[in-house]
Design a protein around this ligand. Sequence first.
Ligand SMILES: Nc1nc2c(ncn2[C@@H]2O[C@H](COP(=O)(O)OP(=O)(O)O)[C@@H](O)[C@H]2O)c(=O)[nH]1
Ligand SMILES: [Mg+2]
Length: 199
Amino acid sequence: MEVKNSSLAYIGTNFSHYPQDGKPEIAFAGKSNVGKSTLINAILGRRALARTSSQPGKTRTINFYDVNGQMYVVDLPGYGYAKAPKTEIAKWGQMIEEYLGKREELRAIILLIDIRHEPGKNDMMMYDWLKHYGYDIIIAATKADKINRSQIQKHLSVIRKALGLRPEDVLIPFSGEKKTGVEELWAEIERFLPETEEM
Ligand SMILES: Nc1nc2c(ncn2[C@@H]2O[C@H](COP(=O)(O)OP(=O)(O)O)[C@@H](O)[C@H]2O)c(=O)[nH]1
Ligand SMILES: [Mg+2]
């Protein structure tokens, strides 16, 4: 997909804040600091639309990026931030559960996993949670530039095994640094969007 326009269109914590125009949504989830903002910027072809930071745990809202006026890229707040107070974690859980459980516009989820590390307990919980809701999931293995290219397949199979992915589940190595994986991700995302002439 060629992104001609993108902008942060809605920010919120409950349904009354979210878009009400029925356009399809693709949501991005992952542990804090996994590279979600970086990946969103890369697929939108923007340098700094989504805020990136070395300080994890900042975003506590669901952010909707309008793409070409035709769909939304949805940035879900990261999980597994150790220093988050319990009340924050509870609020996070409620907000995510409501969104995943009831959002009719949501077509698919991209789950981000750091390619260097075996998925943690929170990643596995998130994956199982998403499956429980019946979503199609695409895994983006982030920060692929941080390991040797010859090691990529090995790391992908570790992730595959730990999450218990099925053969049909798509796993894409991604680097925000090198901008690799952008086209592949878009190709997967497009499978969940209504057919249109060039978006
Ligand atoms: N080398 C490398 N660093 C990355 C990549 N993606 C993110 N980072 C770094 O990881 C940190 C967290 O990134 P960010 O996108 O803010 O993560 P978020 O918390 O998941 O939104 C930042 O310091 C980024 O520069 C990547 O693909 N390669
Ligand atoms: Mg972020």
